[in-house]
Design a protein around this ligand. Structure first.
Ligand SMILES: [Fe+2]
Length: 298
């Protein structure tokens, strides 16, 4: 039986009474899945998982998608991306400083992420929190005129962080090799996206991978995206999560923005990450080709 308690007054749930290393019955999984969609962030502390157990649990939510940055895939299972600031004999043991800006995972893919889950292996004394911003609430609280304006708009996405150019700072998106870049086309998603499971409207990926709006001059589009980002990431929409060793944290990418926070490079911090995609809808079309006025800083 799952016990749930709120992580904040607005959203987020912590679950106890469950061992994810065991094969969950369908009934037990439905309880977890319901808590995930209700809470948007679901924390399940005190877990001890092998790579295979972690991947088996993730598969219950949807098909895992290995990250484009393949240098740090777990040697036992490429569905796990190792996030770590640990360096041994000059060799980084994982991807450091990943996603330290508000974004939504895989919004630069045609079929975006349903859920991202982190399993915490090593935690620093301080830092390394994740910030989550509730995009249902951010949408709901927009003035009616803004809702009408953005309802029909479609944003253009590609891998990266609109706010910080590649390689410029620790808060830029993790750098891709030329081969990895070649796999990353331009993609479009509605700016106001109806959640594929709950049906609720949310602002979608206004920060991070959104670089333009179809049919809108570039400067105007960026100004609108920046205005929406400032609105959507206000403190009143944000939950800060601090990890303990053994925490499994799962979040709903369709209704949240999230941002990692920087860690002290001297304090070891390691997480395993799996991201599962939304199921592909029947008759799903290929990505719409983006208009040429959208600049692609590569
Ligand atoms: Fe992320």
């Amino acid at each position: 039986m799952l016990h749930l308690k709120p992580l904040s007054p607005g959203f987020g749930l912590e679950a106890s009474g469950i061992d994810l290393s065991e094969r969950l019955s369908d009934e037990a999984f439905v309880e977890i899945e319901d808590a995930f969609f209700d809470g948007q962030v679901l924390s399940i502390p005190h877990q001890r998982l092998t790579p295979a157990e972690f991947v088996a649990f993730a598969r219950r939510f949807g098909p895992p998608e290995p990250h484009v940055i393949d240098q740090f895939h777990h040697p036992d299972d490429r569905n796990i991306l190792i996030l770590s600031n640990v360096v041994i004999d000059g060799e980084p043991q994982g991807l450091a400083d990943a996603g330290t800006y508000f974004h939504t995972d895989y919004s630069y893919l045609d079929v975006p992420a349903r859920a991202t889950m982190l399993y915490s292996i090593e935690v620093p004394e301080s830092g390394g929190d994740t910030l989550f911003a509730n995009q249902y609430a951010a949408y709901d609280n927009l003035p009616a005129a803004m809702k009408r304006k953005i309802e029909p708009l479609v944003a253009v996405h590609h891998y990266g962080n609109r706010h910080v150019s590649e390689g410029e700072a620790r808060t830029a998106a993790s750098t891709l090799t030329d081969d990895q870049k070649a796999k990353m086309p331009l993609i479009t998603h509605p700016l106001v996206r109806r959640h594929p499971v709950t049906g609720r409207k949310a602002l979608y990926a206004v920060s991070g991978s959104s670089y333009g709006i179809v049919g809108m001059p570039h400067d105007e589009a960026v100004a609108l995206l920046d205005e929406l980002t400032a609105h959507a990431t206000q403190d009143k929409y944000v939950l800060r999560y601090s990890y303990g060793v053994g925490d499994v944290v799962i979040w709903d990418n369709a209704s949240l923005l999230h941002s990692a926070t920087l860690t002290d490079p001297e304090c070891a911090r390691t997480l395993w990450r799996i991201t599962v995609k939304e199921p592909v809808p029947l008759g799903h079309a290929e990505a719409v080709l983006a208009p040429t006025f959208v600049q692609r800083p590569m």
